[in-house]
Design a protein around this ligand. Structure first.
Ligand code: ADP
Length: 199
């Protein structure tokens, strides 16, 4: 806010540079400050201070939060990957859910930590079971889109009792995965909201 007050109009890139952050890291904060009415954004000009103070209710700012501002990168694996390798991948990528895609890159399934644990408890050779045998598959996958409200996505997480949703783009041929929305994304949004309304 201070940077924009003192230097506006200023682009997201320039603000990020001053804070030694990437533009991607700053995106949720800028989105919230704009939604809440503290900042105004003009395409190709940048952000400037709008001067409003707490005139927007927390509910209103919450309703305006979008999936695209809080999504993270999806981790995609192929249907014929072995369960053993999927477990390694989950550790190396430090995620709780893997999305399974077909050779055309369309979404086919979801693998959670417990899907992999359940399979590991058995006596099977994990190097011989492909993930498509154990994954939750289409059409039973809950997903969301970039422009959906974060509230809608959060409701899906709660109603389906799951940890994450693929963020997708629907095409005639199938569903392409472009992001991942998790309980952590919602928690991050929750913190940003609190911080914005402290201003
Ligand atoms: P965990 O099983 O590690 O607690 P989840 O609660 O996310 O993680 O997953 C519970 C079950 O729901 C798993 O069998 C998983 O395959 C499935 N699942 C996870 N995400 C989705 C989703 N977006 N749509 C449908 N099913 C899902």
């Amino acid at each position: 806010m201070q940077i924009v007050k003192g230097n506006g109009p200023i682009t997201g890139e320039q603000i990020a540079e001053r804070l030694n952050l990437t533009r991607a890291t700053l995106r949720p904060d800028l989105a919230i400050l704009t939604m809440a009415g503290f900042l105004d954004a003009r395409p190709r000009v940048g952000y400037f201070y709008a001067g409003k103070k707490n005139t927007v209710s927390i509910t209103e700012s919450m309703m305006n939060l979008k999936v695209k501002d809080f999504q993270s990168k999806p981790v995609l694996v192929s249907e014929d990957m072995m369960v053993y390798d999927a477990i390694l991948r989950m550790f190396s990528e430090d995620v709780g859910t893997l999305f399974v895609i077909d050779p055309q890159n369309y979404l086919q399934g979801v693998l959670s930590r417990k899907d992999l644990l359940r399979t590991s408890i058995g006596t099977q050779d994990l190097n011989k079971i492909p993930v498509h045998i154990i994954m939750t598959r289409m059409p039973n996958i809950a997903y969301c889109q970039r422009n959906d409200s974060l509230i809608l996505a959060a409701k899906k997480l709660i109603e389906r009792e799951i940890d994450s949703l693929p963020v997708v783009q629907e095409t005639e041929k199938g569903v392409e995965v472009i992001g991942r929305l998790t309980k952590t994304s919602i928690t991050r949004a929750f913190i940003s909201l609190a911080e914005t309304h402290e201003l």
